[in-house]
Design a binder for this molecule. Structure first.
Ligand SMILES: [Zn+2]
Length: 365
C-alpha cells in the first residue's frame, strides 16, 4: 500500500518528466529532477517488491522515465546532443547504482532479520543430570574399599524377621524390634532396618574368606527432621577370615578414614554395644569444621562419629553356618547421608531428600 502511494507521488511529480514539446535547455533541469526523484524512490523502498516497482518505473525497458529521456535525445538539435548525452549517461549511472545499493542493503537486512543467530554467544550447556550427593559418597567409599580387596554385595529391602533380627543375635525383646521402630509388612516380613541381613545372606552363600561392602536403603520409624529420615542409605562392611583380629579392624577403618577425609585425619574408637558384634566400637574422626578444638557441629567434643564397628559375634557366624572357632571377622556400618552432611557441610539431612535441583546441582558431578 505504501508502495502504491509512493508511486503515485512520484508520478504526480511531473516536474521530473519531460514535457511533450520541450525546449533544448529544459532537458538538463528535468533530468536532474529525475535523478533526485529516482534516488529517493529507491532509497525509500522497504522491500524487494517495492524496489522492483521503482526500478520498472525509472529504469524500465518499455515505459521507464529514463527511457523517455533517451528517446528525447534524438529530438535535440545536433549541437546539444553531446552534452545532453553526457547528462543522460550520468543519470543512468546514478540511478542504476542507487538501485543496486538499495538492493544489496535489503538483501543484507533480510539476512539480519532472519532467525537471530549470534555465533559469539556461549553455547547453552546441556543438562545431563548428576549423581546424588549420597550416591557420590557411596561410590567413593566403595572405590576406597575396593582397593582394599572388598566387593559389593546387595540384598532385598523387604526382609524376614529372622534375617533382620534373629540371625544377628538380637534378643527377642530388643527395642529395635518394637512396632514403633520398624515397618512391618505382615507375615514375618518387614522393611529392613539395616543392611546387616546382607552379611548373613553372603555368609550363607559364600565360604570365607569374605570381604564385602553392602550399601543400600534401610527403613525405620524415625521422624523426618533435621537429622533423621524414615528411609535412608546405609553402608556396611564385613571381613571374615582365619586369624582376623581387632587390629585389622582398626587398621582398615583408619586407612579408609585417611583416604576419605585426608591423610592427617585423626581417628579414635570408643567402646559401644551392638547385638551382632563383640567387642563393639564407635569410630570417630577429628571434627572437620573446628580441627578438634570443639564447635557446635561436634557439640564441643572435637570429634564426629562416623560409624559403628566391632568383631562379628560368634553367634552370628554360627547362625550363618560358619565355624566360629576357625573363623573370625569384623564389621562396620555407617550412614552415607551423614557422611555427605559432614563432607558438604549440610545443616539439615532433609536437603538430601527435597530433590531441589538448586541444591543438588551444587554438589552433582
Ligand atoms: Zn567441631
Amino acid at each position: 500500500m505504501t508502495n502504491g502511494l509512493r508511486r503515485r507521488r512520484i508520478i504526480s511529480d511531473t516536474s521530473a518528466m519531460l514535457p511533450e514539446n520541450f525546449q533544448p535547455d529544459e532537458y538538463f533541469p528535468h533530468i536532474a529532477r529525475l535523478i533526485s526523484a529516482g534516488v529517493s524512490s529507491f532509497a525509500a523502498a522497504d522491500s524487494a517488491d517495492q524496489l522492483e516497482a521503482a526500478r520498472i518505473e525509472f529504469l524500465g525497458d518499455k515505459r521507464g522515465y529514463l527511457l523517455e529521456f533517451q528517446k528525447a535525445l534524438g529530438k535535440l538539435p545536433p549541437e546539444a546532443r553531446r552534452e545532453a548525452g553526457r547528462a543522460f549517461n550520468e543519470a543512468k549511472t546514478r540511478l542504476t547504482s542507487a538501485f543496486e545499493e538499495r538492493r544489496d542493503a535489503l538483501a543484507g537486512s533480510s539476512r539480519a532479520t532472519g532467525p537471530k543467530l549470534d555465533l559469539t554467544m556461549p553455547a547453552r550447556e546441556r543438562w545431563r543430570g548428576g549423581k546424588h550427593p549420597v550416591t557420590l559418597v557411596i561410590d567413593e567409599i566403595v572405590a576406597i574399599f575396593r582397593e582394599l580387596g572388598f566387593t559389593v554385595a546387595l540384598g532385598p529391602e523387604s526382609e524376614s524377621e529372622w534375617y533382620n533380627f534373629g540371625s544377628l543375635n538380637f534378643p527377642a525383646d530388643h527395642p529395635a524390634m518394637d512396632l514403633h521402630d520398624t515397618f512391618y509388612l505382615g507375615e514375618g516380613a518387614l522393611l529392613r532396618t539395616h543392611t546387616s541381613p546382607v552379611q548373613v545372606r553372603t555368609l550363607q552363600k559364600y565360604p570365607p574368606p569374605i570381604r564385602i561392602l553392602a550399601p543400600g536403603t534401610v527403613f525405620r520409624r524415625d521422624p523426618f527432621d533435621a537429622s533423621h529420615a524414615p528411609a535412608f542409605a546405609q553402608l556396611e562392611g564385613l571381613a571374615i577370615d582365619e586369624g582376623i583380629s581387632f587390629v585389622d579392624l582398626k587398621a582398615t577403618l583408619t586407612t579408609f578414614a585417611r583416604r576419605f577425609f585426608g591423610s592427617s585425619t585423626k581417628t579414635r574408637f570408643r567402646p559401644s554395644y551392638f547385638p551382632f558384634t563383640e567387642p563393639s566400637a564407635e569410630m570417630d574422626v577429628e571434627c572437620r569444621l573446628c580441627g578438634g578444638v570443639g564447635c557446635s557441629a561436634c557439640k564441643g567434643t572435637g570429634w564426629m562419629e562416623i560409624m559403628g564397628s566391632g568383631m562379628v559375634h560368634p553367634s552370628v557366624l554360627e547362625a550363618a553356618g560358619i565355624d566360629s572357632e576357625r573363623y573370625t571377622g569384623w564389621a562396620f556400618g555407617m550412614g552415607p547421608g551423614r557422611i555427605a552432611m559432614l563432607r558438604y557441610g549440610l545443616p539439615d539431612i532433609r536437603l538430601l531428600y527435597d530433590s531441589d535441583v538448586r541444591f543438588l546441582s551444587q554438589v552433582a558431578e
